[in-house]
Design a protein around this ligand. Structure first.
Ligand code: LRH
Ligand code: MN
Ligand code: MN
Length: 406
């Protein structure tokens, strides 16, 4: 790190009244969960590409995830997807995670890859299939107990392809009663995160098609149910940060699946095409968490930040490191917002001054700040370079091709 670059940055921020010590603390506290499936082979509906050195089982996925945490210090937990990560003994998987300095995070039931689910899972009109789906999620609640996880992260692929294919209102009733049974089975420290998506695999209607539907279910279920915002799950032009602000104010923002998208549910590296959107999401979160704000109902601390990406053409561990660095960068920038300047401009209804006070934070180069933070955390100043210079990428090639895939 160039000492002078940081000193200059420090002076610049002090003049703006930004408390850099506070900022550094908050960057250090930001933890982002990585998904087990982000380390395995993946693809599109056209092709799943096999890469060399991909983990062959959930144990090896954790080993790869531990590399991301080793160089970033920001990813101490890993989300599981069941049955992709099905093992005989979840206690053993948990111990393996702990031996690597990790914990097991959100448990994601898979309600989309059984033939039985061709017409849906929790919404299916066939009672036996609904039962199979509910039982699977109940099994995930048990797995969460064994892994020490507190989150059940549920995404529903259910929907229809044609008008009239099924009764939309009846499907809604079936969904609510399925979710109620699941909700009641959770322990009191557990949270159910309900993820929505506007289309795919269903193309006419999706049973949880937007945040409003997920919110309605969460509201009916109770305090332990919240909404999960996957940044790639919206129609073009949707103001995702407004959804974030709204849910925060209702105490219903459970967490995120970060990724970036340009056309659909692209699942690309977060912040690669839309860094300003990510910055504005953090702006809303920090604004809602500010002390003294009478509207504060939820703080940044109890939001589950998770990555949900499929790295189809890029090497998986560096792709995950890149994702984490992008998240840290935009979070750091948002922390530089002069919130009192924003407030003043809002009170004076000075549109340009308000927009300027937000945007100017985005325009700072936070590299010296992040270097200083990493030095203090005892992790490499340049995590990507540290990983690439290690021999881990070489060593895993011995695993060969044909690793785990979805
Ligand atoms: C659905 C989704 C959901 C799944 C994951 C693999 O598109 O975002 O979170 O669990 O992808
Ligand atoms: Mn997702
Ligand atoms: Mn998705």
């Amino acid at each position: 790190m160039g000492i002078s670059a940081y000193t200059f940055f420090e002076q610049q921020q002090a003049e703006r009244g930004i408390d850099l010590e506070q900022v550094k603390q908050q960057i250090k506290a930001l933890k982002v969960e990585t998904p087990s499936w982000g380390y395995g082979d993946s693809g599109t509906r056209f092709k799943v590409f096999q890469q060399n050195g991909v983990p062959r089982n959930p144990f090896e996925k954790l080993e790869d995830a531990a590399q991301v945490h080793r160089v970033t210090g920001a990813c101490p937990s890993v989300a599981l997807h069941i049955p992709w990560d099905k093992v005989e003994d979840y206690g053993q998987l948990r111990r393996h995670a702990e031996s690597l300095g990790l914990t097991l995070g959100a448990i994601n039931p898979n309600l989309f890859q059984e033939d039985a689910y061709i017409f849906g899972s929790l919404c299916n009109s066939n009672e036996n299939i609904r039962r199979q789906a509910v039982n699977h999620v109940l099994e995930c609640v048990d797995i969460a107990r064994a892994t020490g996880s507190s989150l059940i992260s549920l995404w529903l692929a259910d929907g229809t392809n044609y008008p009239g294919q099924d009764n939309i209102r009846e499907r809604k009733h079936r969904l609510l009663s399925s979710l109620q049974e699941i909700y009641q089975a959770m322990d009191s420290h557990m949270r159910l995160l309900i993820e929505y998506k506007f289309f795919e695999p269903a193309f006419y209607h999706t049973d949880l098609g937007d945040w409003g539907m997920a919110y309605n279910m969460a509201l009916k279920l109770g305090e332990q149910a919240q909404v999960l915002v996957d940044t790639g799950h919206h129609a073009q032009g949707t103001n995702v940060e407004q959804i974030v602000a709204y849910l925060l104010d209702e105490q219903k923002l459970g967490g995120f699946h970060f990724n970036s998208r340009k056309y659909a549910d692209d699942d690309l590296i977060v912040g690669s095409t839309n860094p300003y959107e990510l910055f504005l999401i953090f702006y809303q979160i920090l604004d809602a968490s500010r002390a003294g704000d009478t509207g504060v109902r939820q703080t940044a601390a109890n939001i589950a930040y998770m990555i949900d990406q499929s790295h189809c053409i890029e090497p998986k561990i560096p792709a995950m490191i890149r994702s984490i660095l992008n998240v840290q960068t935009q979070f750091a920038k948002a922390l530089l917002i002069d919130f009192s300047a924003v407030k003043r401009a809002q009170e004076q209804q000075d549109v340009l001054a308000a927009e300027n006070a937000v945007r100017e934070a985005f325009e700072f180069d936070v590299t010296p700040l992040l270097h200083a933070v990493r030095e203090e955390m005892g992790v490499p100043v340049d995590p990507m370079r540290a990983y690439l210079q290690s021999d881990y990428g070489q060593r895993i090639l011995a695993r060969g091709k044909g690793g785990a895939s979805w």
